[in-house]
Design a protein around this ligand. Structure first.
Ligand SMILES: [Fe+2]
Ligand SMILES: [Fe+2]
Length: 402
């Protein structure tokens, strides 16, 4: 098609009137001001309350989620005026423009009460040469106390196999009202089969709020159902495991906790996993870990040793796949553990030492249905370690001293 000189001049004139093109012609890239992306007005900036994890060695991790990419930090101190600020930096860069905020406070005084609040401001624009932020929003002020180095007493609540049943957790918590616990352990299959981030975060947030995880640290131990579902690969990133792995050990006072990851409950080559599981290696890695751990000074000098893992090694029935038993039981049986705490079977059980080849008492928590559900209260007082197991109706299923 032939364009006449007159038509060409007209097209040129129209092009020059286009605001975008005027902008592109008139300003260099770094001065351009794209329309900021704002979150939906209906959604608050904070998606979850903050929750505490990994309160070990004078340090603690505070995590929270926002509904839109934000810059977040923690303000903290030994009184409510706070006074200190901590944000996360990686390789020289402040971790901003994220929805998952994870800040570790270091070098805290153990046994001392700290106050904190978290702050976030929405990142409205994060371009190479220009940034825009929303108003800073703050959480309430919360408090926490790291484990004391002088007193070795503690009280902990242990739940397992909630399978995202919020009403079960609420009911169990009614039975422990007034119990002044220091921390909480979720021993697997609590955020089961997470199909997406919303599902995982909704229950994580719910269960954290229920136990006041903004002030009481929570330990998440992986169950086999946390390894299923489309979001399961990402689930681990929501947590801050002690030592950075799904297995490890830590001290609370002079009690040593060893937590293990049994992986799935069927062999890696079972068709249902489609070749995407490789737990054989993970279990073997824990053999090495246990050999080192049980020889360590911290383990040997502990006054009590608590073993916690989701799938029991004992009382599982002859036909069940329990590869961890062959791999780990010799080391565990010679470890002089005070107690082993498990879940997975959905049925409360107590196996006394020597009854099934175990040298330590084994206690298995119940399941998600009200008739099976349990909460454990683990308490160290002086030289004694007590464990009480309560049912959904508050009945005492077992009470032990180690
Ligand atoms: Fe379960
Ligand atoms: Fe399980």
């Amino acid at each position: 098609m032939k364009i006449t000189t007159k038509a060409f001049s007209g097209i040129l004139f129209l092009l020059l009137l286009s605001p975008q093109l005027v902008l592109a012609r008139g300003k260099s890239d770094f001065l351009m001001d794209p329309v900021p992306a704002k979150r939906g007005e209906a959604k608050p900036l904070f998606r979850t309350q903050p929750f505490l994890q990994n309160p070990i060695g004078g340090n603690i991790t505070i995590s929270w989620f926002t509904n839109s990419p934000s810059h977040g930090w923690v303000e903290y101190g030994t009184d409510e005026s706070l006074g200190n600020k901590m944000e996360t930096r990686k390789a020289g860069q402040v971790v901003a423009n994220v929805k998952h905020h994870k800040v570790r406070l270091n070098n805290l005084v153990q046994g001392k009460k700290y106050y904190y609040r978290v702050a976030s401001r929405e990142v409205l624009l994060y371009s190479a040469y220009k940034k825009k932020f929303g108003e800073v929003e703050y959480s309430d002020i919360y408090e926490f106390t790291l484990p004391d180095t002088v007193s070795s007493d503690f009280m902990a609540l242990i739940f397992n196999d909630l399978h995202k049943r919020g009403s079960t957790l609420e009911g169990l918590l009614k039975q422990v009202e007034g119990v002044d616990y220091d921390f909480v352990m979720y021993n697997g299959d609590c955020i089961d089969d997470p199909e997406n981030e919303d599902v995982a975060l909704n229950f994580l947030s719910f269960s954290n709020n229920q136990v006041n995880a903004a002030e009481k640290p929570v330990f998440y131990i992986r169950g086999n159902h946390e390894i299923r579902g489309a979001y399961s690969v990402n689930l681990n990133h929501l947590f801050d495991y002690v030592g950075g792995k799904t297995y490890g050990a830590f001290n609370w006072g002079d009690t040593r906790f060893v937590f293990l990851d049994c992986g799935e409950d069927k062999p890696d080559d079972h068709w249902v996993y489609y070749g995407l599981n490789s737990f054989e290696q993970l279990r073997n890695d824990q053999v090495e870990f246990l050999e080192t751990e049980t020889k360590s000074k911290e383990f040997k000098s502990a006054s009590k040793r608590v073993l916690i893992q989701h799938i029991p090694l004992y009382g599982m029935g002859e036909d069940r796949y329990v590869p961890c038993k062959e791999l780990w039981s010799d080391i565990l049986n010679s470890g002089n553990f005070s107690v082993g705490i498990n879940g997975h079977t959905h049925s409360f059980a107590y196996h006394e030492p020597g009854s099934l080849g175990n040298t330590y008492p084994v206690i298995i928590g119940g399941g998600p249905k009200e008739k099976d559900a349990t909460v454990m209260i683990l308490r160290k007082v002086g030289e004694s370690l007590h464990l009480k197991v309560l049912g959904f109706d508050g009945s005492i299923l077992g009470e032990y001293e180690f």
